[in-house]
Ligand binder design. Structure first.
Ligand code: KG4
Ligand code: ZN
Length: 326
């Protein structure tokens, strides 16, 4: 039986709503990005995020339901955790209210499962289990073994900064240290900006440390971030230096993620990898994984680029799965 889910995502700085079917069709996928609001703060300001979700949630909802009657929705899914408390509350309240008014069931979804489902949605449910999941976002860095649609075993996570957070903080550090005329190059989120500037740089120019942490499957990116800070401190940087820092930092991150993932593949003997979260939009990272995958006979899956960062389509599919498959 074909089912339709209405999804709401308000965990961080994207106010989003979507309608997705159980046959992996995206009927609508509306995202209001708050990036401009948080840009100059170099990070998400929780109170501003909550207020903006409150102001924009009905706008994204109306657009998502423009060509789809809410009466034909079977389920309403919303992001339950993790995320900013006040921000999550907006999505949950709206979802519960709609559920009450239209007599529809509601389900709270774990945002990290949502990211995994962004890849399942992209590949229309064809990825086989088990697989290794690498979630690399602004708030999370998580390696796990996914046994089924509803069961995953955590294998490693970050002990300090998440990968996206490290990108964002390095962008902030660069903004503070570059000559005035280059400052406007940088804002939040830093990941896409670093990726853009890295294209003009030499990734071998600076030998930043690779935080492999051989004794553990956890990650730590704060040392790498500090190494960048020491490198740029008290230097008068020209634009070529900036390009090289971006390229070398990005390569250190990609190398680290590759080495840690390959080690997990070796340990678990599972050679299927699903990579998700905002940082999975990064082309160097994708190219790095695709190249290794070809050489080592590994299957690697990414989300569509527009599903890599936060959205409600992934929450819809995750909700549908947990509500009907559990
Ligand atoms: O998944 P996401 O939208 O939100 C969270 O769940 O946290 O991820 C946002 C993060 C930000 O830190 C942003 O800098 C990073 O993803 N990001 C990127 C790229 N696009 C977004 N990092 C590196 N390269 C990119 N192209
Ligand atoms: Zn996310």
């Amino acid at each position: 039986m074909k089912r339709y889910v209405l999804g709401l995502e308000t965990s961080c700085d994207e106010t989003a709503s979507a309608v997705v079917s159980s046959e992996f069709e995206i009927i609508s996928n509306i995202v209001f990005s708050q990036q401009k609001i948080h840009a100059s703060f170099f990070g998400v300001v929780p109170e501003l995020a909550s207020r903006t979700h409150y102001e924009k949630i009905h706008f994204v909802l109306d657009k998502a339901l423009k060509k789809f009657d809410i009466k034909n929705i079977d389920l309403i899914a919303y992001t339950e955790k993790p995320g900013l408390k006040g921000a999550l509350l907006i999505g949950k309240t709206v979802a519960k209210t709609l559920g009450y008014i239209y007599s529809k069931p509601t389900i709270g979804v774990d945002h990290l499962w949502g990211h995994i489902f962004s890849v399942i949605l992209t590949h229309k449910g064809k990825i086989k289990f088990p697989f290794i999941s690498l979630i690399i976002s602004g708030g999370h860095t998580e390696l796990s073994l996914v046994h089924s649609h509803t069961k995953k075993e955590n294998l490693g996570q970050t002990r300090d900064d998440a990968v996206g957070e490290a990108f964002d903080k390095v962008a902030k550090m660069l903004a503070e240290h570059v000559p005035k005329r280059y400052k406007s190059l940088f804002r939040y989120p830093g990941g896409p900006i670093i990726e853009k500037l890295a294209k003009f740089g030499d990734s071998k120019a600076i030998d930043f440390p690779r935080p492999y942490m051989m004794e553990s499957d956890d990650f730590s990116f704060s040392g790498l971030k500090t190494a960048v800070l020491y490198y740029i401190k008290n230097k008068s940087l020209n634009i070529k230096d900036v390009y090289n820092i971006c390229a070398s930092f990005q390569e250190a991150v990609v190398d680290t993620l590759l080495v840690k993932t390959l080690r997990i593949i070796d340990k678990t003997k599972c050679n299927r990898v699903v990579i998700s979260g905002g940082v999975s939009a990064n082309k160097s990272l994708r190219d790095g994984f695709i190249k290794i995958a070809q050489n080592k006979n590994i299957e690697v899956y990414f989300p569509h680029k527009y599903l890599a960062t936060d959205n409600a389509a992934m929450i819809s599919l995750a909700g549908l799965n947990f509500y009907y498959n559990n």
